[in-house]
Design a protein around this ligand. Structure first.
Ligand code: ZN
Length: 341
């Protein structure tokens, strides 16, 4: 059934930016209700709960990146060599399908065994993970309901394609626009142009050993090679285990007085020193695991598929990886979410 669910999810277009969540919200509401959940839409996110005070939460995002360069219809699942191809197959509709499969089997077994894994469980299908908006899981935890749930949660599995490995650490993500300005004039003077100031600042920023810096763009108002450029804009992102405040303060220290800095995105790191699943693994990319950590929840990141396939044409998930994820989630419900009678 997990494969059929995945095919149905892939067919629902949630390409972001610009995603329309109506259809997937309806689909997930119906799917969760049929599994005995109480379903609420909270700030656009789909929340399913079993019991009043969930201890365990599974999370996956509903949106995908926009498809480009596919060799087949990205919204039509295709099965080949024990793999399912389709937009979001690994990032993260495969995870949503795994969650629905795990809670379905726990629902079927409710009352038949002494262990009720669903008694203290919740799922959150969040929006806008792929476009860096302050919506999604972050806005969920700002609501009164989100805050009260976070206080009781003992554990959360935030699902991203990790090849079924449990990840407990990753850097934060800070995205900045830096604008440099300088008086224009003849290039024979030794005063630095705006472009030259930008290059000096970027050089200093890139020398921070604890930072992974990406200079995404650099554009200067060029009048002529013999004239100093009056303005220069650069867009950068910095991944680091330092707090965003600390990163931003350090960047500012490298800027000349007339430069301006605007913060486009500022997310903290995930650094779970006491994860509920033993692991020390880290990844270089950012996830909503950090959003859960910021809300005070013991979060790990886990999921089927590989980040190597995510955001790529002909994205796929292997069936072995998907089935392994279902078993992982079922086990967590029995050990963390369980109510034993
Ligand atoms: Zn992604």
């Amino acid at each position: 059934m997990v494969f059929r669910t995945l095919h149905e999810l892939i067919a629902i277009d949630t390409q972001n930016p610009g995603a329309d969540y109506t259809r997937i919200q309806d689909y997930l509401r119906t799917a969760l209700k049929s599994r005995g959940a109480r379903v609420q839409i909270v700030a656009g996110n789909v929340l399913g709960t079993w019991g009043d005070k969930p201890k365990l939460m599974f999370n996956a995002h509903m949106d995908t990146v926009r498809a480009s360069g596919w060799t087949s219809d990205p919204l039509k699942a295709r099965v080949q060599s024990e793999r399912t191809y389709g937009l979001g197959a690994c990032d993260t509709k495969g995870s949503i399908a795994a969650i629905l499969e795990a809670v379905a089997s726990a629902h079927v077994h409710r009352g038949k065994k002494n262990i009720d894994g669903l008694a203290n469980s919740a799922v959150l299908f969040s929006m806008d993970e792929e476009c860096g908006s302050p919506t999604g899981a972050a806005s969920f935890f700002k609501t009164a309901l989100g805050k009260s749930l976070a206080r009781n949660l003992k554990a959360a599995v935030v699902m991203e394609p990790t090849q079924n490995r449990v990840i407990v650490r990753h850097p934060g993500y800070v995205q900045l626009d830096l604008q440099f300005k300088a008086p224009s004039g003849h290039s024979s003077s030794h005063r630095p142009s705006a472009a030259s100031q930008a290059i000096d600042a970027l050089y200093a920023i890139k020398r921070h050993a604890a930072w992974n810096v990406n200079v995404a763009g650099l554009s200067a108002a060029t009048v002529g090679a013999n004239i100093r450029s009056p303005s220069c804009l650069t867009n950068i992102s910095i991944r680091s285990f330092q707090s965003p405040q600390r990163v931003i303060a350090a960047v500012k220290s490298h800027l000349p007085p007339n430069a301006t800095l605007s913060v486009k995105q500022a997310e903290g790191p995930l650094d779970n020193k006491k994860p509920f699943v033993p692991s020390r693994l880290n990844v270089p990319y950012w996830t909503d695991g950090a959003t859960f950590a910021a809300a005070g929840v013991n979060a790990v990141v886990y999921g089927p598929g590989s980040i190597g396939q995510a955001h790529q044409p002909d994205e796929f998930v292997t069936h072995a990886s998907l089935q392994k994820a279902v078993l992982f989630l079922e086990k967590k419900m029995k050990t963390v979410g369980a109510f034993e009678s």
